[in-house]
Design a protein around this ligand. Structure first.
Ligand code: PGA
Length: 255
C-alpha cells in the first residue's frame, strides 16, 4: 500500500451467503469490535436481499455498503434484475462488477462489464472492477496481456475524472476460494502491471491514485505481507469476510 498516494480499501464479498437476519446480526457484532481505522475505506458487499439491513445496521459507522452486481439499464422489462437507482436508494455506494464467478457462470463478457461500469459511474456508484487470469492462462504465460485487455475494455468511455471513482481488484481465478494465494510478490507484480496499463491510458500521475486490490484467499494470516507491497492497495475478500473477527482483523492489517 502507498497510503500517501491512494486509499487503502478492505472490501468484503459475501457472495451468496447470509440472510437478511444474519446480515443484521453481523453488523451488531462488527460494531463492537471494528478497529478505528480512519485511513482505511471499509466496504461490505452483500447479496441484494441483505443490503437494507446491512445499510441500516452500519449507520453511524464508517463502513460502506456495496452490491455484487447490477443491471446496466436504468429501469424496464428485465425480470429479476436490479438497477443502480435501486441500489443507491438503499444507501449502497459500491458495486462489484466483472467478478470472475459472474464472467464464468453467468456469461458476462468485457462488453457487458463495461456497460455496467458506465452505468455505475453515471449513477454515482463506485465500481470495484475485477480482473484476473485462469490457471491455464497463467501456465501459458499470458497473464499480463489477458489482464491488460480486461483493464482496457473495462475502462472504455471512462473519463479521467471518472477514473478516480474506479477501484480495481486483481483476482487470479485459480486463487479464489481455493486456499491458494498468489505470493505477495506476484500479486504486487500484477497489480503493478494493471497500474502500468492505466498509466498508458490516463498518464502516470492519474494511475498512481487508483486503488488496486488483491483478491483470492486473502485472510488474516497472509494479509499483512500482501498489504505491505507497493501496488497492493487493499483486499477483496470472500471467505474471510464472513466471520466478524476475521473481517475486523483484515481491517486492522490495513491500518
Ligand atoms: P476468496 O474470494 O477470498 O474466498 O478467495 C475472493 C473473491 O472472490 O472476491
Amino acid at each position: 500500500m502507498n497510503k500517501a498516494l491512494r486509499a487503502a480499501v478492505i472490501a468484503g464479498n459475501w457472495k451468496m451467503n447470509k440472510t437478511a437476519d444474519e446480515a443484521k446480526a453481523f453488523t451488531e457484532e462488527l460494531r463492537l469490535i471494528l478497529p478505528a481505522a480512519e485511513d482505511v475505506t471499509v466496504v461490505l458487499c452483500a447479496p441484494f436481499t441483505a443490503l437494507y439491513p446491512l445499510a441500516e445496521g452500519l449507520k453511524g459507522t464508517s463502513v460502506a455498503v456495496g452490491a455484487q452486481n447490477m443491471h446496466y439499464a436504468a429501469s424496464g422489462a428485465y425480470t429479476g434484475e436490479i438497477s443502480a437507482d435501486m441500489l443507491r436508494n438503499l444507501g449502497v455506494e459500491y458495486v462489484i462488477l466483472g467478478h470472475s464467478e459472474r464472467r464464468a457462470m453467468f456469461a458476462e463478457d468485457d462488453v457487458l462489464v463495461n456497460k455496467k461500469i458506465r452505468t455505475a459511474l453515471d449513477k454515482g456508484l463506485r465500481p470495484i472492477v475485477c480482473v484476473g487470469e485462469t490457471d491455464e492462462q497463467r501456465e501459458a504465460g499470458i497473464t499480463d496481456c489477458f489482464i491488460a485487455q480486461e483493464v482496457i475494455r473495462a475502462l472504455g468511455g471512462v473519463s479521467p475524472e471518472e477514473l478516480s471513482q474506479v477501484i480495481f481488484a486483481y483476482e487470479p481465478i485459480w486463487a479464489i476460494g481455493t486456499g491458494k494465494t498468489a505470493t505477495a510478490d506476484e500479486a504486487n507484480r500484477v497489480c503493478g502491471e494493471i497500474r502500468a496499463v492505466i498509466a498508458k491510458l490516463y498518464g502516470e500521475e492519474k494511475a498512481q491514485t487508483v486503488s488496486i486490490l488483491y483478491g483470492g484467499s486473502m485472510k488474516p494470516s497472509n494479509a499483512a505481507e500482501l498489504l505491505s507491497k507497493e501496488h497492493v492497495d487493499g483486499g477483496l475478500i470472500g471467505g474471510a469476510s464472513l466471520q466478524v473477527a476475521d473481517f475486523a482483523a483484515l481491517v486492522e492489517a490495513a491500518r
